[in-house]
Structures are given as structure tokens and as C-alpha cells.
Design a protein around this ligand. Structure first.
Ligand SMILES: [Zn+2]
Length: 110
């Protein structure tokens, strides 16, 4: 199989796994984490990039789908450096900060 089809299959699997993780997180977090971990592993192996806005929805440390009010705490902080969104994973405590740009185009950052 050529690399291109490997990647498109990988992408498809990643999408399915992340969807399952989102669905499963309310019932079985462990299972959800396993789906996310698997999706990330497939991505790394197939060298597929998961879009930033998708990646942000999952804790990269413990692979928990980050659902505000359930598995994540989301705070908006305004400071001299601009507005930032602070997302804390309530399962492992991992904190991510995203700068929010005021101009059109939505949030930017890592
Ligand atoms: Zn976490």
C-alpha cells in the first residue's frame, strides 16, 4: 500500500476514534482515554497531523476528552498580554493556555 492511502485510512480511523472518545467519555472515561491515545498513536505512526482545534479538545497528557464542566475547567483571563483561555484538565491537572486574538479569525496559538 502506498503512503497516501495509509494516511487516508489513518485519518479516517483517527476521526472515528476521537468521535467514539467524545461519545464514551460520559460513560467510561478509561475507554475514552484509550480511544484518544490510540488515535494519537496512529497519527504519530502515519505522520498525520491532527488539526489544532481538534487536538485541543483532548488532554495530551492523559488523553481525556476535555469537556468543560465535566473533565475540564475553562477560564478566560484578561491581562496585559491580551486575553487568554486557560484550560485545566480535571483528571491529571494539565494546564494549557491559549492566547485569543482580538482580530477576526478566531483563536490562534500553538
Ligand atoms: Zn489530563
Amino acid at each position: 500500500m502506498d503512503k497516501r492511502s495509509v494516511r487516508s485510512i489513518a485519518r479516517e480511523r483517527i476521526a472515528i476514534l476521537l468521535q467514539l472518545a467524545d461519545r464514551e467519555v460520559r460513560r467510561d472515561e478509561r475507554l475514552a482515554q484509550r480511544y484518544v491515545e490510540l488515535a494519537f498513536r496512529i497519527a504519530a505512526k502515519a505522520r498525520v497531523r491532527i488539526p489544532r482545534r481538534v487536538r485541543r479538545r483532548f488532554c495530551r497528557k492523559c488523553f481525556t476528552p476535555l469537556i468543560p464542566g465535566l473533565t475540564a475547567r475553562v477560564r478566560v483571563k484578561r491581562g496585559c498580554g491580551g486575553t487568554r483561555v486557560v484550560v485545566t484538565c480535571l483528571r491529571c491537572g494539565y494546564v494549557r493556555r491559549y492566547p485569543v486574538l482580538k482580530k477576526r479569525g478566531g483563536p490562534a496559538g500553538t
